[in-house]
Design a protein around this ligand. Structure first.
Ligand code: PHB
Length: 373
């Protein structure tokens, strides 16, 4: 077919726009809004009123995964991120989930503990951040005083591990009370669970370090606990096997993540969310392995993330590479991203100056198609 006829008719029958079942939920389409830190929470780590409008504007996504949300004060790594560890936060989130549901949308919450990616000025009582091992990350923390170098964290005692898992239980219960449709466990991007998985950051000699089985133990305990609260079909997990985001690495990621995914199958999860390549960067990491190995091993839906546009998303669905496609940055600037993709409309560009922190500007004022300037 000549390319001119292809380009004049937007392709609206792509699988991207098909309704799909995710566990017991029926999603309007296969387009997922990625969890995006926007740093607009209020005092007490309470999501702001503006977040109601922000998320409902984006409710035409098949699924929204709300921003990374700390499961406890200890799990917090940056100023202005929301929490899900007390009743005030639950009530604020409930207003958001109710509003999204009223628009016909679905919304999961991402459960987050940052581990060593924090700073005493953000931790309760100025404590050191906790980690599998006392190894300082390269990089800076976003604090009330701006960006400051990270510190050497405190290695968690073995006796603290059950308490850590309980933080996830509390958060999972709270997320349920807040009316979410499910939860995603954040095991990616160099945060706590990823720090345990990888041998650059986990040099423990107890049953949570050393062998692959030991390094995966905390994640699997957390998954068992969260699934106990929610049931597997309302739980997803996010991994980033090849990413070095957060100064993380592993000497041999293929057997590590093969074991992780094989073990996750026991929970009959709704989905596996994979950041393909380096977070927010290249999809082709030198020395990486073929992540489709994980897709083939996994017994639930495979959600692909990182640098997707409509064409790449369409071919990923057509070839069976993925079941759901997650879009991050495009959702910041395009509340109606689904409609824009469907009609091949141009996309608004996100303004980096208002991505993190600030007010309504750059948060809830990106124009919908057809809006007056
Ligand atoms: C961030 O707040 O910058 C952030 C949070 C979660 C991620 C990645 C980045 O997975």
């Amino acid at each position: 077919m000549p390319s001119s006829t292809q380009s004049t008719t937007p392709n609206t029958d792509l699988r991207l726009f098909e309704a799909v079942h995710l566990g017991s939920l029926r999603l309007q389409n296969r387009i997922v809004m990625a969890p995006l830190t926007r740093s607009r929470a209020l005092e007490g780590d309470v999501p702001s009123e503006l977040a109601i409008e922000y998320y409902t504007q984006r409710a035409t996504a098949g699924l929204i995964i709300a921003e990374a949300t700390q499961i406890s004060p200890q799990g917090k790594g940056y100023i202005l991120t929301p929490g899900i560890y007390n009743d005030t936060q639950v009530l604020a989130w409930k207003r958001i989930t109710d509003a999204v549901h009223a628009k016909g949308g679905h919304i999961y919450l991402q459960l987050w503990h940052v581990g060593r990616i924090s700073h005493p000025s953000i931790q309760p009582d100025g404590a050191l951040p906790v980690a599998p091992s006392a190894i300082k990350p390269e990089g800076k923390s976003f604090t009330a005083d701006g960006f400051v170098p990270m510190v050497t964290p405190r290695a968690l005692e073995t006796s603290e591990m059950p308490g850590l898992v309980e933080q996830y239980r509390t958060a999972a219960l709270n997320a349920k009370a807040a009316g979410f449709d499910g939860v995603e466990v954040h095991a990616a991007n160099g945060y706590l669970l990823d720090q345990f998985l990888r041998d650059k950051t986990n040099q423990r000699t107890d049953e949570y370090g050393g062998s692959i089985e030991n390094r995966a133990r905390l994640l699997l305990e957390v998954m068992a606990t969260v699934v106990d609260v929610w049931g597997g079909d309302r739980v997803g997990v996010r991994i980033s096997p090849l990413s070095k985001f957060g100064d993380i690495d592993d000497s041999n990621p293929e057997p590590l993540f093969t074991y992780v995914v094989e073990s996750l199958n026991a929970f009959n999860l709704a989905y596996l969310h994979v950041i393909e390549g380096d977070t927010g960067g290249t999809r082709d990491v030198a020395g990486g392995f073929d992540l489709q190995i994980l897709r083939r091993l996994f017994n639930g839906a495979y959600m692909a993330n990182n640098g997707y546009d409509k064409a790449l998303a369409g071919s990923a669905l057509d070839t069976g590479h993925a079941d759901l496609i997650c879009f991050g940055r495009p959702f910041i600037a395009n509340p109606d991203l689904v409609e824009r993709l469907r009609t091949d409309a141009p996309l608004n560009e996100a303004d980096p100056a208002t991505m993190y922190g600030g007010d309504a500007g750059g948060y809830i004022d990106y124009p919908f198609l057809g809006a007056k300037k």
